[in-house]
Ligand binder design. Structure first.
Ligand code: UVW
Length: 339
C-alpha cells in the first residue's frame, strides 16, 4: 500500500475514500450485488447498441482537435494486404485475406472519458504552489506522461485500461430530457434534472449509471456526416456545470457515471463566471477530478429511448467496457443495453 499522494485534497472531493492507490473512483460501487441488481432489469432479453457509427459526427467541426478515423493498409505482394490473394505467396492456397489499421481519435465519437482526461492546477503537496494533478493526487509528468514530458508516454495511472478491467456493468437509468424539452437548447441545473427525474418517475439509486437522452446524437446522425456546427451548438439539453446544487446532487446521488448523447454532458463553453480562477469544464472537474465519476459522451440512445417510452420503463442492464488500451485517456465504446 502506497502512502497518499496529497497533503491537501480539493474541497468536496472523495480522494482517498476508495484507497490511496484507487484509480477507478465511483466504479468501486459496482459490486457483485450492484451487477445483479442491474441484471434483474433484464426481462425480455432484447438488446440495443448505444454507439454511433464511429465515423460520426463526420469532419471535425464539432471539435477541431478531433478528426475522423483514417484507415491504413500494409503493402503485400503486388498490392496490399487487403483482398489479398494468398496464391500470390503460396500458389496452392485459395484464401483471400484482408487486414487493416486505423488512426482513431479516442474521443471522436461515442466514448468514455478516462479519469486522466481532465485534471487541475492544484496545490496537492501543500508547498503553496499549484501543480498539475489528477484524481486521487496522481501527477502530470510522473503518472500521466505526455509528449512534452520525459519518460514513457501515456497515462500509466488513471488510464482507460483501468476502467476496462473494472467490469463496467450495472443498472442504467435513462432520463429522457428530449421528451420534456424536445431538441431545444436548455441548460439543465439541479431543478431541471430533479423535476425531469420526478416527472418521468425515474428512480436513481446508489451504483447506477445515469444516462441522459437529449436527442443530440440522433440529430448528429441525421446530418449524414456533414454536421452543421451552428445548429448543433444551439440544440438539445446540456447540464449546467456551474450549478453548485447540481454538483452537490451528483455527489450525494451515488451514481457511478454520467453517460449522455450530447458532446460533453455539460454545456461547453460553460456559463460565464466572475470567479478569479475557475474550471472551463466545471462538471468534468467535479466528476473526473474530484469524485472519480467517469463520463460517457456522444452515446446513442434513440432506439433504447423509444422502447423504454413504449414500455413505460427507465431502467436496463448496461454493459459498457472501453478498450483495454494502456495509456489512453479515452476510448470508443459500444455500450449494450439489455432490457
Ligand atoms: C472536452 O474535452 C471538451 O470534452 P469531452 O470530455 O467531451 O471529450
Amino acid at each position: 500500500m502506497t502512502t497518499q499522494r496529497w497533503v491537501n485534497r480539493p474541497d468536496g472531493s472523495n480522494w482517498g475514500d476508495f484507497g490511496a492507490d484507487d484509480q477507478v473512483g465511483r466504479m468501486n460501487l459496482i459490486t457483485p450485488e450492484a451487477r445483479l441488481r442491474g441484471a434483474r432489469e433484464i426481462r425480455e432479453g432484447l438488446s440495443f447498441s448505444l454507439s454511433l457509427p464511429l465515423d460520426y459526427p463526420g469532419g471535425n467541426v464539432l471539435f477541431p482537435l478531433r478528426k475522423e478515423p483514417v484507415f491504413h493498409y500494409e503493402e503485400r505482394g503486388s498490392g496490399h494486404n487487403f483482398n489479398f490473394q494468398m496464391s500470390e505467396v503460396a500458389p496452392s492456397c485459395c484464401d483471400v485475406i484482408s487486414d487493416d489499421a486505423v488512426t482513431l481519435y479516442t474521443q471522436y465519437s461515442t466514448q468514455w472519458d478516462a479519469l486522466a482526461h481532465v485534471g487541475q492546477m492544484f496545490d496537492a503537496d501543500g508547498d503553496g504552489k499549484p501543480e498539475k494533478v489528477y484524481y486521487n493526487g496522481y501527477r502530470a509528468g510522473k503518472d500521466i506522461i505526455g509528449p512534452d514530458d520525459e519518460g514513457p508516454r501515456g497515462a500509466a495511472a488513471l488510464g482507460i485500461d483501468k476502467l476496462a478491467v473494472a467490469g463496467v456493468q450495472g443498472r442504467g437509468v435513462l432520463v429522457d430530457l428530449e421528451k420534456r424539452h424536445g431538441q431545444d437548447r436548455v441548460l439543465i441545473g439541479y431543478d431541471g434534472l430533479v423535476e425531469a427525474i420526478d416527472e418521468l418517475d425515474v428512480s436513481v439509486e446508489n451504483g447506477d449509471f445515469l444516462c441522459l437522452n437529449t436527442g443530440f446524437a440522433q440529430l448528429v446522425l441525421s446530418m449524414d456526416k456533414e454536421p452543421d456546427a451552428t445548429v448543433l451548438a444551439s440544440s438539445c439539453a446540456v447540464l449546467d456545470g456551474r450549478d453548485e446544487k447540481l454538483l452537490d446532487w451528483i455527489t450525494d446521488s451515488g451514481i457511478v457515471a454520467i453517460c449522455a448523447d450530447n458532446f460533453a454532458v455539460e454545456a461547453y463553453p460553460a456559463r460565464e463566471t466572475t470567479a478569479d480562477k475557475f474550471a472551463a469544464l466545471p462538471l468534468h472537474n467535479h466528476c473526473l477530478f474530484k469524485l472519480g465519476i467517469h463520463l460517457g459522451e456522444l452515446w446513442y440512445f434513440a432506439e433504447l429511448t423509444a422502447w423504454l417510452r413504449e414500455h413505460n420503463r427507465s431502467a436496463f442492464f448496461l454493459t459498457a467496457p472501453p478498450l483495454r488500451l494502456p495509456g489512453s485517456v479515452g476510448s470508443p465504446v459500444n455500450p449494450i443495453a439489455t432490457v
